[in-house]
Design a protein around this ligand. Structure first.
Ligand code: NDP
Length: 257
């Protein structure tokens, strides 16, 4: 129960990795605010976890809107009187390479994945500094350093998010607020599970995954817990990769049938 009495916000907390983070923080005693654009799924998750005895509630929020970002942080304060942890996890994809990507699609991805983390991160950091401490965990990606040509906007947004992490961490280092990022590889969310049913896609992904399997959302959540906890008290400005060995790998590994 490392987070008893702590107040946590998880953006994009209605599904996938975000939901796993919500479950993990709540299981360790935190009061968790799910902030998501998907009200139906967010409400349902809050009701389900509430019935299991967890302290979880849902707030509708589009992280790309400054007014939503500040209202979100205010509402967490109204609820618990404090804000200890922010997990900036909301993220979207829009396919397209440099020759074909529409300007609007580029703007959408950057607005959610990068500007959203800035907006919620700024609102949260101001409260945490005032309060005397806190921790922010940004959900980056191996695609912050590796590039996929047909996911131009996404890889740019994640590269930017890694730099946002470093610049925030430095500005807040002497103010009791730590900022780190997680760089997941291929994690078994609903979307990726579906992708894995296609044999060619499965081979492509596993050929670049030395551990030979996808990561689980709960494994990413455990890293978020660690980075947000007192156990990580001297860690700030880092991007921690959780990718089954993908980043150090040059070339490919054999894929079993
Ligand atoms: P999901 O799509 O399962 O979850 C993302 C959640 O964010 C969804 O509920 C989504 O709602 C919500 N969301 C989208 N836009 C907004 C917005 N503007 N404001 C608030 N919430 C929003 O994604 P994953 O769990 O797979 O990914 C979570 C994070 O992890 C992302 O940042 C992603 O880039 C990162 N990541 C994921 C990897 C993976 O393999 N899954 C690998 C590396 C990084 P809706 O469904 O309605 O869009």
């Amino acid at each position: 129960m490392r987070f008893t009495g702590k107040s946590v916000i998880v953006t994009g907390g209605a599904s996938g990795i975000g939901l796993a983070c919500v479950e993990a923080f709540a299981a360790e005693g935190a009061s968790v605010t799910i902030a998501d654009i998907d009200a139906a799924r967010g409400e349902a998750a809050a009701v389900r976890l509430g019935a299991e005895g967890r302290s979880v509630r849902f707030v509708a929020c589009d992280v790309a809107r400054a007014s939503d970002a500040s209202a979100l942080v205010r509402s967490a304060l109204d609820w618990t009187g404090r804000l200890d942890v922010l997990v900036n996890n909301a993220g979207i994809l829009e396919p397209g390479d440099i020759l074909g990507l529409e300007e609007a699609a580029f703007d959408r991805v950057l607005a959610v994945n990068l500007k959203g983390a800035f907006l919620v991160g700024q609102a949260a950091a101001r409260v945490m500094v005032e309060q005397g401490g806190g921790a922010i965990v940004n959900m980056g990606s191996v695609n912050g350093v590796l590039a996929i040509p047909n996911q131009l906007a996404y890889v740019v947004s994640k590269g930017g998010l890694h730099q946002l992490t470093r610049a925030m961490a430095l500005a807040l280092a002497d103010k009791g607020v730590r900022v780190n990022a997680i760089g997941p590889g291929s994690i078994a969310t609903d979307l990726l599970r579906q992708v894995m049913t296609d044999e060619a896609a499965r081979r492509r992904i596993l050929a670049r995954t030395p551990m030979g399997r996808l990561g689980e959302p709960a494994e990413v959540a455990r890293l978020a817990l660690f980075l947000a906890s007192e156990e990580a008290s001297y860690i700030t400005g880092q991007i921690v990769y959780i990718d089954g060995g993908r980043l150090p790998l040059n070339y490919t590994v054999p894929v079993p049938d």
